[in-house]
Design a protein around this ligand. Sequence first.
Ligand SMILES: Nc1ncnc2c1ncn2[C@@H]1O[C@H](COP(=O)(O)OP(=O)(O)O)[C@@H](O)[C@H]1O
Ligand SMILES: [Mg+2]
Length: 371
Amino acid sequence: MNRKNPFLTAGYEGPETFCDRERETAELIASIENGRNTTLIAPRRYGKTGLIKNTLSKLSPEYDRIYIDIYATECLADFVNLFAESCVASLETKREKIITALGRFFGSLRPTISPQSDGSVKWSFDIAENMAKDSLSATFDFLRERERPVVIAIDEFQQVRNYPEGRVEALLRSYIQFLPNVRFIFAGSAMHMMSEMFVMPRGAFYNSTDILSLDVIDRSVYQSFAKKFFEDDGLSFSDESFQYLYARFSGVTWYIQATMNRIWQTGNGLRSNKDVDSAIDTLIGNSNLVFMDLFRSQSDASMAVLKAVAKSGYVSKPTGKEFLNTYSLGAASTVASVVSNLLQKELLYKTADGIIVYDKLFAQWLKRMAL
Ligand SMILES: Nc1ncnc2c1ncn2[C@@H]1O[C@H](COP(=O)(O)OP(=O)(O)O)[C@@H](O)[C@H]1O
Ligand SMILES: [Mg+2]
């Protein structure tokens, strides 16, 4: 077995190692081609970033494309630095053009330009906080004047909600609606924040974008995708064991990829559920210290609730008598505030069927701890 592991656990490497998402990719492309912006919403690890990368790679060549991940930005100035740099750097490749664009649109902001020995220029804004709004406006002026159509994907968009300036999305919305040649994809995982901005009537982006909520990959499609790699290498592949794996993680992409990656690594194929179990054990083992730290940094009440939710799987009524009594959790009011805090911290997650532990490996780790 000398083939590269086909089960990626990070990044995008083209259609060969990318499973399905054909309908979603087509929908995104159709929105772009018909002049609509799209909001992509799904919990972490479902495959939003992968889908964006896949879509950008399949767009017709007439489009310029920009991808930014704003997870690490903490304020409007951070956002504008990243956004402006990505726009100018990806859209203008020639040194003279970059300098002209910087002078024209960003002149008053004095970007630092340093010519490199290879003829390119290195530059950055380092925009001061009080200049952030002007720079944002300049970036949109720059985009507006471009003739070629451009697609801008902003990943982890819910992060704008954490900026101290507040309502940054309203500011962005005011610019975005006047850009005929620019299409946006906004992707995000914090459901409540994303829906407050895009789905709720009082949200700044209410009714202004298509909403694509990403579900898990269909089981049989995923199974055929995975099976093919094993069969091509003459390795065994148990359909039942794949189904067992899919069920253990409710089909969520990252967990399936990570487990299949480990199983592939053994070189023995997927023979039985034991192969699945031992791959999952390895994954949990690798995260043991992280989980331990995370768990120990919680209050006693939070630890108890986390363990109880993990044992139950789904909890539809976290303050109901049955749940409280089964796990001796004490007063409903305390549990209610603990749950809300854990949801906020993204340790718990609310689904239509009830509350779950967000990270499915952490859930399995918790389940193993004695109550
Ligand atoms: N359609 C897919 N087929 C195969 N692997 C995928 C697919 N979509 C995502 N992945 C992989 O699953 C993992 C999680 O996907 P990612 O796109 O990062 O999720 P999200 O952005 O929703 O958190 C990544 O390792 C990625 O490489
Ligand atoms: Mg992502």
